[in-house]
Design a protein around this ligand. Structure first.
Ligand code: NDP
Length: 282
């Protein structure tokens, strides 16, 4: 392997120790950071994510509460629950686990979360703040990916960053963060022609398309920083969007899946919750 590994587990362990210390300092002032996760229905993947978030909270001393609602809950019931949590002083962060059952309006639910408690960073206000370069809550996955890029120590100014994927939760905020870091950013998507022409020119390549192992070695510039956001299941195994075994021979830096961006995402959720509590506590 020629690429250096960007180990999300090791970075997360280090960051979570720092978070735990800040949580303890806040507790000493009488504020216990609190995260509420709303889970509607029985989606198996969501159940696992929610459980992992609860464990991470416990490890760092963050108070966590999971609100389980039946799959047939109405929009009104969901938004009433969100409003209750908006008013709850023990809760500093609210996360609505996505996807919601098809009959529920995801955008309306996210808009009901108080922007200062929106630790996912999905509220329009926080999206707008990110777009305008103002302080706000940054979505956890791009925030974690950016932290990994920074930890390479590379000077990012003027570097060509290519983001494959333009979703509101990953691709677009990722592009904004890279722009703020003075990269020259290209965003690719399913209608992009000759994708490899763009990816081959990337000093920093972020793959967030949800296509198993579709970034191959010939699509990567030698020495590039390759960040794999994808989580795909193939024959019962979790794999990324990057064909890790071959791309690691070309890239300069690479994130594994699992143990890469996914791990950092939960760490950034803890950080966003802590920061929300610090802001509320002062
Ligand atoms: P979406 O499905 O919302 O978006 C996928 C994006 O990829 C779209 O913009 C789509 O283009 C683009 N795309 C799809 N196929 C291609 C292709 N062949 N070539 C170029 N672009 C393509 O997914 P998310 O953004 O929510 O998630 C992306 C991946 O990241 C998924 O695997 C998801 O599981 C994972 N994920 C991982 C997280 C983590 O913690 N590691 C957190 C969140 C997501 P278009 O807009 O034209 O349709």
């Amino acid at each position: 392997m020629s690429a250096q590994l960007l180990d999300g587990k090791a970075m997360s362990d280090e960051l979570r120790q720092e978070i735990a210390a800040r949580v303890a300092a806040l507790k000493a002032k009488g504020v216990v950071p609190g995260l509420a996760v709303i889970l509607v229905g029985e989606d198996p993947a969501s159940q696992i994510y929610v459980r992992n978030k609860g464990i991470a909270c416990e490890q760092t001393g963050v108070y966590s509460r999971t609100i389980r609602m039946p799959a047939e809950s109405t929009q009104q019931q969901l938004e009433d629950e969100i409003r209750r949590l908006n008013a709850d002083k023990r809760i500093h962060g609210i996360l609505v686990q996505l996807p919601l059952p098809a009959h529920l309006d995801e955008s309306a639910a996210l808009a009901a979360v108080a922007p200062e408690k929106d630790v996912d960073g999905f509220h329009m206000i926080n999206a707008g703040r990110l777009m305008n370069g103002q302080p706000g809550v940054t979505p956890c996955t791009p925030k974690g990916a950016m932290e990994m890029i920074r930890r390479t120590g590379a000077d990012l100014r003027g570097k060509h960053a290519v983001v494959v994927g333009r979703s509101n939760i990953v691709g677009k905020p990722m592009a904004m963060l890279l722009l703020q870091a003075d990269c020259t950013v290209t965003v690719c998507h399913s209608k992009t022609r000759n994708l490899a022409d763009f990816t081959r020119d990337a000093d920093i390549l972020v793959a967030a398309a949800g296509r198993a192992r579709f970034i191959t070695a010939d699509m990567v510039k030698p020495g590039a920083i390759v960040i794999d956001v994808g989580i795909n299941r193939v024959d019962g195994k979790v794999v990324g969007d990057v064909d890790f075994d071959v791309v690691k021979e070309v890239a300069g830096w690479i994130t594994p899946v699992p143990g890469g961006v996914g791990r950092m995402t939960i760490t950034m959720l803890l950080k966003n919750t802590l920061e929300a509590a610090e802001r509320a506590g002062c």
